[in-house]
Ligand binder design. Structure first.
Ligand code: NAP
Length: 294
């Protein structure tokens, strides 16, 4: 008799389209199993034109869910409340259903900052080069400024980096954000952060910056985690940089979503065990289609 799901099982999930690339089901079901919770997490394929209708079912049957591409911005129209950081980031990746209300959060910023803390890296007063100006860069930009980092943004399309600078100035009140042409970046940043997909398939042999930029940069954080070591990280090591991939960011955004849904924090030894189990799974699975867990 299979009793994994019964009438009392609480439902969670991730909505996106397509959804088959998502690792959220593996991550969250591993967490539920470890905590021996009667909860289950499902991949939910929701085409954009059905999002509004799906909200009714999600609100009535689910306790919480994650949101991935292409719904992260659009879903904000259908929520009852939105957390301040999700507003800043312009995107929601986690929804909690509470007394019939849908409350939106974004846990990626927590994931980003917590992964820095894990490395013992403080961004305060450091010159940070952020490459990219999409959703992930927007989140990192806010977090870097909140931590007192000195931010320079470089992106393929300069109009987008200027727009990101304006958003950050409005939300954080920062005055000294620099933007730079990708081809004219010099070396000498304390930390380089890759918030582009360069390094993952099909761009595994590409880097977001020229090799010379890596000289004298003590720290490189690549948000990509598949492959586990990108070309940027490989070359960074040769230049003596300390390198980190995006796995911990991915892991801690999921942890934060769980804490929001459950209303209880993880113990440090639970986190350690989960981090190790999920990291081993991701390294071992070598799935080519993993992009983002949403
Ligand atoms: P996005 O919103 O689509 O933005 C992509 C950014 O990359 C844009 O700035 C874009 O420049 C730039 N870009 C794309 N292709 C490029 C190319 N061929 N050459 C140079 N620049 C290019 O994507 P996103 O959500 O910000 O995600 C960016 C990366 O971060 C992805 O690899 C994603 O998997 C990763 N990520 C990781 C985590 C994690 O938890 N570790 C979380 C979120 C995202 P233009 O503006 O010129 O188009």
């Amino acid at each position: 008799m299979n009793n994994r799901i019964n009438g009392k099982t609480a439902l969670y999930g991730v909505i996106g389209y397509p959804i088959s690339h998502s690792m959220s089901p593996e991550i969250h079901n591993t967490i539920f199993d470890l905590r021996k919770e009667n909860r289950i997490y499902l991949p939910l394929s929701i085409p954009p034109e059905t999002l509004k209708d799906a909200m009714m079912m999600l609100g009535s049957s689910f306790k919480g869910f994650n949101v991935t591409i292409p719904h992260k911005e659009k879903i904000m129209e259908y929520l009852d409340e939105i957390d301040e950081k999700a507003r800043w980031y312009g995107a929601v990746n986690t929804v909690k259903v509470e007394d019939g209300k849908l409350i939106g959060y974004n846990t990626d910023g927590y994931g980003f900052t917590r992964s820095m803390v894990e490395e013992g890296v403080s961004l305060e007063g450091k010159r940070i080069l952020l490459v990219g100006s999409g959703g992930a860069a927007r989140i990192a930009g806010h977090e870097i400024l909140l931590q007192g980092g000195l931010l320079t943004i470089a992106n393929r399309s300069s109009d987008r980096s200027h727009r990101l600078k304006e958003v950050l100035e409005t939300n954080i009140g920062a005055k000294d954000i620099k933007t730079m042409d990708l081809n004219h970046i010099e070396s000498g940043f304390d930390c380089i952060i890759n918030a582009t997909p360069l390094g993952m398939a099909p761009w595994v042999e590409e880097m977001p910056v020229r090799e010379e930029v890596l000289k004298n940069s003590p720290w490189i954080f690549d948000m990509v985690y598949n492959p586990y070591e990108t070309k940027l990280m490989r070359l960074g090591k040769i230049y003596g940089c300390r390198v980190k991939n995006g796995f911990s960011m991915l892991f801690y955004q999921a942890v934060k979503a769980q804490e929001i849904w459950m209303g209880k924090m993880f113990l440090e030894d639970e986190l350690y065990k989960l981090h190790e189990e999920i990291e081993n799974y991701i390294v071992g699975s070598r799935r080519e289609d993993i992009e983002s867990i949403g």
